[in-house]
Design a protein around this ligand. Structure first.
Ligand SMILES: [Fe+2]
Ligand SMILES: [Fe+2]
Length: 278
């Protein structure tokens, strides 16, 4: 089992233009409100969340002497910065549809401000490493399982695939920095429990808000089908449970889940020639 990031892994931001549809189809995921808002509610948390990730890693940048990790930090910051910008654009599309995105953003911003003021830089980095594991397993699920984006608007599916690809590439950067500057597993596990709770709470609240605006909050069929799609026997989240729990094991490293094959499989879609053709 690999306990380090694979040698030769390139982490470079791809500067792409996604031309998100304007207006955004309200239920861009195959006309399904549950699936659409599941993605939307995570997306609105990304711009502030990813800026927090960048800040957490940047605080320790000068303490890293390994030139390979230094280069990976540069790649990580570039990728997250670009994700943040694209998801901000996505949030604006949602705002145009009448959702109260500002309230959701303010809640996330207040939580981040609190974390940055009250918690040590080590704890902030632990939170980043933990949340990066959550995004990494979600990204893996999205790339492994075509069902996750089946029927979605092509531009939206492309945006999510791009994000998932880069999350996979840089999944161990914050973790490797954390190991070099702190390394406490106890702190890391605690950060994961807190991170999971708030990620779940905040994304659920966002989703409830959007479904309420659509007048679909009490539609039992939507919940039945949506919960089946996520947590049912063939549910898209089901296979991620084991990978999530691995984080709590002694000696865990993100690349123990070796999914380098996904990088080879999906990166060609975002080569310069492919992106101009798309
Ligand atoms: Fe990201
Ligand atoms: Fe990330």
């Amino acid at each position: 089992m690999a306990s380090t990031t694979p040698a030769g892994l390139q982490i470079r931001p791809r500067h792409l233009d996604f031309n998100l549809p304007k207006p955004l189809p309200r239920h861009w995921h195959g006309g399904d409100a549950f699936k659409t808002h599941l993605f939307d509610s995570m997306s609105v948390l990304f711009p502030d969340g990813e800026r927090f990730f960048i800040d957490s890693v940047r605080q320790f940048r000068d303490q890293i002497s390994d030139p390979v990790l230094k280069e990976q930090i540069r790649g990580f910051i570039g990728q997250e910065g670009h994700h943040s910008r694209e998801h901000l654009e996505y949030s604006n599309r949602l705002r145009d549809l009448g959702y109260d995105i500002t309230t959701i953003e303010r809640r996330a911003q207040a939580r981040i401000r609190f974390t940055q003021k009250k918690f040590s830089p080590q704890r902030q980095l632990a939170a980043t490493a933990a949340l990066e594991h959550i995004t990494a397993i979600l990204a893996d699920g999205l790339l492994q399982n075509p069902e996750a984006l089946a029927g979605a608007h092509p531009a939206m599916a492309r945006l999510w695939r791009w994000h998932a690809l880069e999350e996979t590439e840089h999944k161990a950067v914050a973790f490797d920095v954390y190991n070099q500057v702190c390394g406490s597993r106890k702190l890391l596990r605690r950060a994961m429990l807190m991170g999971t709770l708030f990620f779940f709470l905040d994304s659920t609240r966002g989703m409830l808000h959007m479904l309420k605006r659509d007048g679909l909050l009490w539609n039992w069929r939507l919940w039945r089908d949506g919960l089946q799609w996520t947590w049912g026997k063939q549910g898209i989240f089901r296979p991620l449970i084991g990978a999530y729990l691995d984080f709590f094991k002694a000696g865990f490293h993100p690349w123990q889940h070796n999914n380098l094959d996904l990088l080879a499989k999906f990166s060609s879609e975002f080569e310069p020639a492919a992106s101009t053709a798309a």
